[in-house]
Design a protein around this ligand. Structure first.
Ligand SMILES: *Cc1c(COP(=O)(O)O)cnc(C)c1O
Length: 359
């Protein structure tokens, strides 16, 4: 037997891959998973009924062009269907984009800390990460990001609101930034949580993209629409961008159940957005309660709150875990806590109160 092992790309040694949110400890008593920014609600009955029907056809391959879903998205957002490209979650679309730009020497700029998929997808695509530290208030430092652009920059992620800090970039600063980006460099506005924004100065990326050929928007059905388990997201961008995403898509990557449920969710959007409104009210309640407990919590515009606890992040998360509440630590920066139903949120607030020594 040879003592050799199969050889893989060196870049794989540098990262552990994606770490999903921890499930609460299986101890006694109730437990709450507030670690993955999922919707706390089960799918709408109308969506479940569509899924049951679609299940009868899964011996067939899905529509590789996702024509019905693409048309539904195009109608909903008033964009040409040619400007829409779908993928296996918006993380899948982000991977397709990085495949499309990634080559040795290509630079991908993003804020840090931001969405944990950006670094490893960039590495995997063979491109180079350029991380620009967040500003003091935990929001994107757009002037510094503009300064980080070189002639090797191919793609810039702007996560708005930012995961995990919940902060936003507003219209004027974003437009100033976009004016500084060269036209051959793609700006991707990752708007996974757009439905939870209540700050009226935050622009809708789909309005910004219309006049800017190098701007594209990522949206997902995983969060507000409650379909995280089905894996479907999409991009809205001008034709060359959408085409590149279609070319790098793994064939049949959006399955037929996901396509059917996404179409049904767009049809049931009013109902789904009522749920979002409930989560937004809970978010503001949880944040206010945390502030009155004495914690620092930046303004939150998504379905989670951020506690910038630095090195104490892991201790805080462990302490919550013992109380049956799983939250997401990002040491050495802080802890992200997903907003769920009032009972789960109250369990978290009680756990936070027991952690006061970590303030
Ligand atoms: C959750 C999330 C996504 C979407 O994930 P998918 O489930 O793959 O659609 C994209 N970007 C950010 C910043 C997210 O937090």
């Amino acid at each position: 037997m040879s003592d050799q092992t199969p050889r893989f790309r060196r870049v794989l040694d540098q990262f552990a891959g994606y770490k999903p949110g921890k499930s609460p400890s299986a101890g006694t008593g109730k437990s709450y998973k507030l670690s993955s920014n999922e919707s706390p609600y089960e799918p709408l009955p109308s969506v479940q009924a569509i899924l049951a029907d679609a299940a009868a056809y899964i011996n067939r391959y899905p529509d590789n062009t996702a024509a019905e879903l693409t048309a539904a998205i195009a109608t909903r957002f008033d964009v040409p269907p040619e400007h829409v490209a779908v993928g296996c979650g918006s993380v899948g679309v982000a991977q397709q984009l990085l495949e499309a730009v990634g080559e040795p020497g290509a630079e991908v700029v993003f804020a840090w800390r931001s969405f944990e998929a950006y670094p490893y997808l960039t590495d995997l695509a063979g491109a180079t990460q350029v991380r620009v530290p967040l500003a003091e208030d935990f929001s994107h430092d757009l002037p510094a990001m503009a300064d980080a652009i070189t002639d090797r920059t191919r793609l810039i992620f702007i996560c708005n609101p930012n995961n995990p800090t919940g902060t936003v970039v507003r219209r004027a600063e974003l437009e100033d930034f976009l004016d500084r980006v060269p036209g051959d460099c793609l700006v991707v506005l990752d708007e996974a949580y757009v439905q939870y924004i209540r700050d009226r100065d935050v622009p809708d990326g789909i309005e910004l993209y219309r006049t800017r050929p190098n701007v594209a928007v990522l949206r997902t059905f995983s969060k507000a629409y409650g379909l995280a388990g089905l894996r479907v997201g999409f991009l809205v961008g001008h034709e060359p961008v959408a085409d590149a995403v279609r070319k790098t898509m793994l064939t049949f990557t959006v399955n037929s159940l996901a396509q059917a449920a996404a179409v049904a969710s767009l049809a049931a959007e009013t109902e789904l957005l009522e749920r979002v409104e409930t989560v937004v009210k809970e978010r503001d309640r949880v944040r206010n309660e945390l502030l009155s407990q004495g914690w620092t919590v930046p303004q939150a515009e998504a379905n989670f709150v951020w506690l910038p606890l630095g090195e104490r992040a892991d201790d805080f998360a462990e302490s919550c875990h013992l109380e049956g509440v799983s939250v997401r630590p990002f040491a050495p920066d802080g802890v992200r806590v997903t907003i769920a139903d009032p009972e789960a949120n109250d369990a978290f607030l009680a756990a936070a109160a027991t952690c006061r020594h970590l303030m």
